[in-house]
Design a protein around this ligand. Structure first.
Ligand code: SOE
Length: 392
């Protein structure tokens, strides 16, 4: 196996910036067995791609993703584009023998995700690996939570409560960016951030969601046409009169059953004013409970219910010890990490898996399963009354 792998990244907006940071950093933080070389960044606008290459540290640019995946110096294709292009790029890249790292949600429809999962399984039999970027699995506190649950410290898991709350489109003048169009994004808050808490909760509990009852709402049904300039910040739409239809949900609520017997409640909203990236997960078991909130992402609250009730209660674990997941690469205890580090941690695992030829997780099959949950929530909400099983 080569000791350096060439990376080609498609897309360079918010996720492209975060991924670039992780590619620049991963081998300088962790002792990974292979080093990434940031060979090329790809985008349709040649000048913008050039600016991104200079700003983020890519050696060259391409304006056509097909040219990118045809390059012999590219071993890994990193997909940071809107969801509607994931399937085509990922399937072509896998067929060309490139490992693929794809942003979440995996696709915009179950049908696309099925094709991607099939392509990934075929490629895997040839030693070509793929992974979907549910980065919250790589928050050290959530990785620790998973270890505690696996060790049985919570006993039988009974309930999960999870919410992912943002407010970046609460202003009705916020323009109709791609994330608000079904054909480009697949779903709204449900797909963009609901997919994270579905994946994270299934990862923690160790069992999949098998049925849901959902409620979706689109509060602002039309928005001015306009562009997103950088990340989640939009250009001013003052004076903009042309309007377009919002075709995805602004907020999503659903209840769920897990295969292992637990039940859950989920909430994803882009209209929770005052909440910027408020992702929280609580897990309640027969022997204890765990509470996590991303705004304090270095902390995990743990209640051990087997203790004397006079001394029991939630205690705060500061997840920054060298022995905590992923912390071997970072700073001394108490020197906290942030959002971007979760992507570096994710790439560490991806590179380790490429070197050891171990299929990484979450796989495209895992991404497909999340897509099926999203579809079941939409079906349930559309039918207005019914419990909907998640297809297998
Ligand atoms: C926008 O809602 C967004 O950037 C998501 O797409 C990311 O997955 C999430 O981590 C932060 O918010």
């Amino acid at each position: 196996m080569k000791t350096t792998l060439g990376v080609g990244m498609v897309g360079y907006s918010f996720m492209g910036a975060v991924h670039s940071h992780a590619w620049r950093t991963v081998h300088r933080v962790f002792d990974v067995p292979v080093e990434p070389a940031m060979v090329a960044v790809c985008g349709r606008d040649a000048a913008a791609a050039q600016r991104a290459a200079e700003k983020f540290g890519w050696q060259s640019t391409e304006t056509d993703w097909r040219a990118l995946i045809a390059r012999p110096d590219i071993d890994i294709v990193d997909i940071c584009t809107p969801g509607s292009s994931h399937a085509e790029i990922a399937i072509a890249a896998l067929a060309a023998g490139k490992h693929v790292f794809c942003e979440k949600p995996l696709a915009t429809t179950v049908a696309e995700a099925e094709r991607m999962a099939t392509a990934a399984a075929e490629a895997q039999s040839q030693g070509i690996l793929s992974m979907v970027g549910f980065n919250y699995r790589r928050v050290p506190a959530l990785a620790l939570a998973r270890e505690l649950i696996r060790e049985g410290r919570l006993g039988v898991i009974r309930e999960v409560r999870s919410a992912y709350l943002q407010d970046w489109i609460a202003d009705p003048d916020f323009p109709l960016v791609w994330r608000l169009k079904k054909e480009e994004a697949g779903a709204g808050a449900l797909g963009d951030i609901g997919s994270h808490i579905i994946d994270a909760s299934q990862f923690l509990v160790g069992s999949n969601i098998i049925g849901v009852s959902g409620l979706l709402e689109t509060f602002i049904k039309e928005r001015p046409l306009g562009q997103m300039t950088d990340g989640l910040r939009a250009e001013s739409t003052t004076g903009q009169r042309e309007m377009g239809a919002v075709t995805v949900d602004d907020a999503a609520l659903f209840t769920a059953r897990f295969a292992g017997g637990a039940i859950g409640s989920f909430e994803a909203s882009r209209f929770a004013v005052g909440r910027k990236n408020g992702m929280s997960i609580e897990v309640y078991g027969s022997k204890g409970s765990l509470v996590f909130n991303f705004e304090s992402m270095n902390e995990l609250m743990f209640h051990d219910h087997t203790l004397d009730p006079l001394e029991a209660g939630f205690r705060r674990i500061l997840v920054t010890e060298a022995g905590h997941p992923y912390l071997e690469g970072w700073w001394p205890p108490g020197h906290v990490i942030g959002y971007e580090h979760t992507f570096t941690n994710e790439l560490k695992d991806f590179l380790d898996c490429l070197a050891s030829k171990t299929p990484p997780e979450p796989s495209f099959a895992d991404g497909l399963q999340v897509q099926r949950v999203l579809e079941a929530v939409e079906t349930s909400s559309d039918s207005r009354s019914s419990w909907t099983d998640v297809k297998e």
